[in-house]
Design a protein around this ligand. Structure first.
Ligand code: NAD
Length: 510
């Protein structure tokens, strides 16, 4: 197929997919922002950013929506989210394919992202009947002490390109059942999948009598639009997913107005391979963790610490896998690694590899691939780099498929190195020795928000709380009790007696 033909068909396909989910083929008209597919680099749509005043007006409408939505009983709000989950199920194929075309994930991962949305909707439906507070024993006679959780207000969601729809849903499904309205600023690189999701929500809202206009709002635009959302005092909760550089600015901005920020930022994830590891299992897990999504997951495995006893048994096999993993068009079923998001990502990868070489690293792979892939995209052979130590680029997140491999002599050394970076998102250990694995999970083990055993660092389930420590931002989303971040807590003491004892035995006889 010629490049022109490829361009024509991708753009047409995107228009058809958007039409399937009820979105306008080219989004808000007027052009201005060209949307590229990383598959070919071609423009697949032109859409218009919202202005600052449009964004501000939309936040005002979202606040009005919140005022009525908070009065709808939580299980009824859960019914709204159940219908959203149904809409996602019905449109899973179309939305998944759109994710593949706009972000470059392989088909299975595009579909997996939509499945994650469905899963969190199911979770949120159950949660809508479980938004519980506590009753505590009061120290005073004839008193009751209790807490309740109430809706927080408008939740602002700022999302990154690499999970263009699931991150919104992690936040929105919980926020909706918690009684909040949601305003979403997606990545400027992925507005089309956002338009598709917004269209599905609007369809559900249109047949849900209690859903007010403005319950779910999409603000297409770049950083400037995100800044409007983050700076607005009518948005008490801001959930921001993206780079640490972004989070540093957003966190301070939100704190400056005493809002609450849920920060989900960069990772520099590690796995440790112990002498007792099942190496066949480890090999498969490391391959998916490090090369899946072309290394563009926040949880992507970037550092591998291999015990010297198994280094020679594992690393050559891994290197061979790196040389043979199929890289190519993510729409075809035989590709496991699709393209990088854009040329800047390719340049950053090459710069990191250059730095690694200068620091004594031995680089396998990493070059651009042009044979057998669609022209115009930035396809790369994943890079495995044997490093003499944890120096230079190993300490940073480069959002590309680079795995730094280091030899260690003890578990203590491995845990020490693993924790000795500024980021703290995800980690894992490969071992069949329970002393190793329990040590790794203990207070003196991994310092990350996620610590897995005999699996990779990526591919989290929605049932657990997701997030990381240190420069990863400290936020938690998704399962467990992450919902509490989307509500405000009220503590109440109730006196049902006729005396008025004061706490701590204080007397004040008037
Ligand atoms: P990015 O930081 O460039 O952009 C993320 C979002 O922030 C975009 O929507 C962008 O417009 C917005 N933004 C940037 N500056 C802003 C500002 N000052 N005010 C308001 N909004 C602003 O990130 P990216 O390149 O899209 O995504 C890759 C990064 O995201 C990686 O670092 C990855 O690790 C991280 N990520 C983290 C998680 C997590 O859960 N921890 C999940 C996915 C991605």
């Amino acid at each position: 197929m010629t490049q022109a033909a490829a361009r024509h068909s991708l753009r047409d396909e995107v228009a058809a997919l958007l039409a399937t989910v009820g979105a306008a083929p080219d989004g808000p008209s007027g052009g201005g922002r060209a949307v590229h597919s990383p598959l070919t680099g071609e423009i697949i749509a032109e859409i218009r950013d919202v202005s600052a005043s449009e964004a501000s007006d939309a936040i005002g409408r979202a606040h009005e929506a919140f005022l009525s939505w908070r009065r709808v009983p939580a299980p009824r709000r859960g019914e709204f989210v159940r219908l959203l989950g149904e809409a996602l199920r019905a449109n899973k194929d179309a939305l998944g394919r759109l994710v593949t075309i706009e972000v470059g994930k392989i088909v299975s991962e595009g579909l997996g992202e939509v499945q994650e949305m469905i899963d969190i909707c199911d979770f949120a439906v159950g949660l809508s009947r479980q938004l519980h507070g506590l009753t505590m024993g009061s120290e005073r006679p004839d008193h009751r002490l209790m807490e309740q959780w109430h809706p927080a207000g408008v939740v602002g969601v700022v999302s990154a390109f690499n999970f263009p729809v699931a991150v919104w849903c992690w936040n929105a499904a919980l926020a909706f059942v918690c009684g909040d309205a949601v305003v979403w600023k997606p990545s400027e690189k992925t507005p089309l999948t956002a338009l598709a999701v917004q269209s599905l929500v609007e369809r559900v809202a249109a047949r849900f009598p209690e859903a007010p206009a403005g319950l779910s709002t999409l603000l297409v635009g770049g950083r400037e639009v995100g800044e409007v959302l983050v700076g607005d005092a009518r948005v008490p909760v801001v959930s921001a997913t993206g780079s640490t550089a972004m989070g540093r600015v957003v966190g301070q901005r939100v704190a400056g107005r005493f809002g609450r920020a849920i920060l989900e930022l960069g990772g520099n994830n590690a796995s440790i391979v112990c002498p007792s590891a099942d190496l066949d299992l480890a090999l498969r897990a490391i391959a998916f963790g490090a090369m899946g999504t072309a290394g563009q997951r926040c949880t992507t495995l970037r550092r591998l610490f291999v015990h010297e006893a198994v280094y020679d048994a594992l690393v050559p096999r891994l290197t061979a896998l790196y040389a043979s993993v199929p890289v190519g068009d993510p729409l075809t079923s035989d590709s496991l690694v699709g393209p990088l998001i854009d040329e800047a990502a390719f340049a950053a990868m090459q710069a990191a590899l250059e730095e690694a070489r200068a620091a004594g690293g031995r680089v396998h792979g990493g070059e651009r691939q042009v044979e057998g892939v669609p022209a115009g995209g930035f396809y790369v052979r994943p890079a495995l780099v044997e490093m003499p130590g944890q120096t230079g680029p190993v300490r940073h997140e480069t959002f590309a498929p680079i795995l730094y491999v280091m030899k260690v002599r003890t578990l203590d050394e491995a845990i020490g190195l693993q924790n000795d970076v500024p980021q703290g998102l995800s980690s894992s250990i490969f071992s069949t020795d329970m002393r190793d694995t329990e040590r790794f999970l203990s207070a003196t083990g991994s310092d990350c928000g996620i610590a897995n055993v005999n699996m990779g660092s990526s591919g989290a389930e929605i049932g657990g709380a997701f997030g990381g420590e240190k420069e990863t931002g400290g936020g938690r989303e998704s399962g467990s009790d992450a919902w509490k971040a989307y509500m405000r807590r009220m503590t109440s003491a109730i006196n049902y007696g006729d005396a008025m004892p004061l706490a701590q035995g204080v007397t004040f006889d008037v």
